[in-house]
Every structure is written in C-alpha cells, then in structure tokens.
Design a protein around this ligand. Structure first.
Ligand SMILES: Nc1nc2c(ncn2[C@@H]2O[C@H](COP(=O)(O)OP(=O)(O)OP(=O)(O)O)[C@@H](O)[C@H]2O)c(=O)[nH]1
Ligand SMILES: [Mg+2]
Length: 313
C-alpha cells in the first residue's frame, strides 16, 4: 500500500475532517492510492443506512436533509451528507450556500458535509458517489444522506447507492406526477410531499395515491408510503424517519437489500473488469497500433469490427 494513502486513512479514521476530505477526493478522481483505499476499507462498508433524497429543483430537499440530519443526530448517529449536482460542473453555487447553512447549524464533529459536481470523475458521477458513500460508511458515519437535484437518468443512477430513496415533491405544479412519468418512481421507496403549508397538498397526495395504486399490487412488493412534511417547521420529519426505517427493515427481511447490493457490486465489477482488460490490451499492443487502427477505419481501409478483431488477435 502507498504510505500516503494509508497514513491519510489513519488520520481520517480519527475524524480529521481534512484527511476525510482528501480520501474522498482521491476516490472521486481515481488518483493513485484510490484502489488501496478501497481495498483497506471495503470490509468496513455496508453498516451505514444510506438515504437518497431526490426530486425537482427547489422542492425543499436541502431544507429537509438539514432537518433529517438534526433528527438522526439527536438519536446519536454520526451523519454524513453528500450533495450531488449532476447539472453543475462546479461544486459551488447553490450547494455551497446549503453547505454553509448546514455547517452553521451543525458545528459538530458528528456531521460531515461533502458536495460533488458532475465533472472530474473518470468513471462517472454515480461511481464516484458510490465510492464517497462507501468511504463515509467505512469511517463510521451511521447515516449517509445523498441529495441529488433533478429527475433525470443521471440522478436515478446516483440514487442506486441508497438503501432507501426518498422522492420529494411539492403541491401544485403537477411535479409529483411529472416525476413519476419521468421514471423516477422506479427508484422511489418513500414519497415526500413537502411544503404542505402551501395550498394543494391534499390534491397532490390524492393524485400520487392514485398514480401509485396503478402500480403492481403484490404482497412481496413494497408500496411507497406518502409522507407529508413542512421542512421549514420540521413537521412530518419524524414520520419520514419512521418511514425510512420501515423501508429499511422491509428491504433487509425481503431480500431487496441483498438484491440491491449484489446488483451494485456486479455493476462495479463489470466496469472495473472492462477497464482493466482495455488497459491490458493497450499495454500489450501499444498506443501506436491503436492510432494506426483508428486511421485505417477513418480512411475506410478497415471496418471497425475487423479492426477490433485484429487488435485482439
Ligand atoms: N413554504 C415552505 N417553504 C419551504 C419548505 N421547505 C423548503 N422551503 C423553501 O423552499 C426553498 C427551496 O428549498 P431548498 O431546500 O433549497 O430546496 P432544494 O430542493 O434543495 O433546491 P435545489 O437543491 O436547488 O434543487 C427555500 O426557500 C426553502 O426555504 C416548506 O416545507 N414550506
Ligand atoms: Mg438543494
């Protein structure tokens, strides 16, 4: 093991925030030492309760996450927050504001906050998020909350790291239904109607209940509960914590948790194997051969399938 990565990990294990941040950057950017960090910590992962919070912009996710941090912290859990913004190449802007507000609220060694933007992850945002979450899990954060903005495919992929995914909607705007149509419901385990102090909450709950009733109705299938919250006053936050715990218990007893972690492991192995085989191929044939093959295909002297067959033989 690289002495640097090992020393860093030791310091991170003592709770040193700078060391924790450095290990996360190493993992995110796949720097030298990242593989060593994964090897040294993999056995310690799988203990945290990983909660995903997603939904349309401005729905109150960050306010709700802050309330959740307070609720879990009050129960004695160490809590980490990973705020992921797939639309932004910079970890700054709105997320930075959230982070400052949260830091002010939790001047507390037991709370760690990390933000991640879309750029700079060699293996993609979802993989980087998984690595970051796994490290925080291994470092003993009992609850890791991942917030993503939006309702697209990238958010769905990021949310696959979570044991329980909370989809946050708001009254009016038809957002709840739109989100469901966009396929986010596929990953939602708990549906939150936030801003219930606003008009139209009852209608939104009714619409969502109807939409959900059209889904599969089998005894072994989880039917996402709908929880009403006002993140500003923290009304409904305890009910949300209870719904998340209930889903977690169901997932463990039904085998769903096992299925999810095996699927995530398989995806990671496939990606790493593909990368590793490709690196080996490049090492063996040399970059020149690749350039020549590319030129041959570009000049229509070879078709791409034949070119690959020749490289592999
Ligand atoms: N009235 C009301 N306002 C709320 C509630 N929850 C959040 N807000 C406000 O809604 C605005 C957006 O809240 P955020 O928590 O930043 O929402 P977000 O979903 O994290 O936003 P993005 O990360 O930008 O997508 C803020 O002005 C909050 O104060 C609520 O329950 N009721
Ligand atoms: Mg936010």
């Amino acid at each position: 093991m690289t002495a640097g990565a090992l020393e860093l990990l030791e310091r991170a294990r003592t709770g040193d925030a700078h060391a924790i941040a450095r290990t996360l950057s190493m993992l995110e950017n796949d720097e030298n030492g990242a593989a060593e960090l994964v090897r040294a910590t993999h056995r310690d992962t799988g203990k945290a309760s990983v909660i995903g919070v997603t939904g349309p912009p401005g729905g109150g996710k960050s306010t709700l996450v802050s309330a959740l941090v307070g609720a879990y912290r009050a129960r004695g859990d160490r809590v980490a927050v990973v705020a992921v913004d797939p639309s932004s190449p910079f970890s700054g802007g709105a997320i930075l504001g959230d982070r400052i507000r949260m830091r002010e609220r939790f001047l507390d060694e037991g709370v760690f906050i990390r933000s991640m933007a879309s750029r700079g992850h060699s293996g993609g945002l979802a993989r980087a998020t998984k690595r970051v979450v796994d490290m925080l899990d291994a470092l003993g954060y009992g609850v890791v909350i991942v917030e993503t903005v939006g309702v697209g495919q990238e958010e769905v992929d990021v949310m696959r790291v979570a044991d329980t995914v909370c989809l946050v909607t708001v009254p009016g705007l038809g957002d709840g239904i739109q989100a469901i149509k966009a396929g986010v419901l596929e990953v939602a385990d708990v549906i939150v109607v936030n801003k219930t102090d606003r008009p139209g909450a009852d209608e939104t709950v009714r619409d969502l209940t109807l939409a959900l009733s059209l889904g599969p109705n089998k005894p072994d299938v989880w039917r996402p509960p709908i929880v009403r919250t006002n993140a500003m006053t923290e009304e409904g936050v305890d009910a949300l914590v209870a719904a998340v715990a209930k889903h977690g218990a169901w997932a463990r007893s039904s085998g769903e948790a096992e299925r999810r972690s095996t699927a995530a492991a398989r995806a990671e192995i496939e990606t790493l194997a593909r990368e590793s085989l490709y690196r080996r191929l490049l090492t063996r044939i040399g970059a020149d051969r690749l350039d020549q093959a590319a030129a041959a295909v570009a000049h229509r002297q070879r078709d791409p399938y034949t070119a690959v067959e020749e490289l592999l033989s």
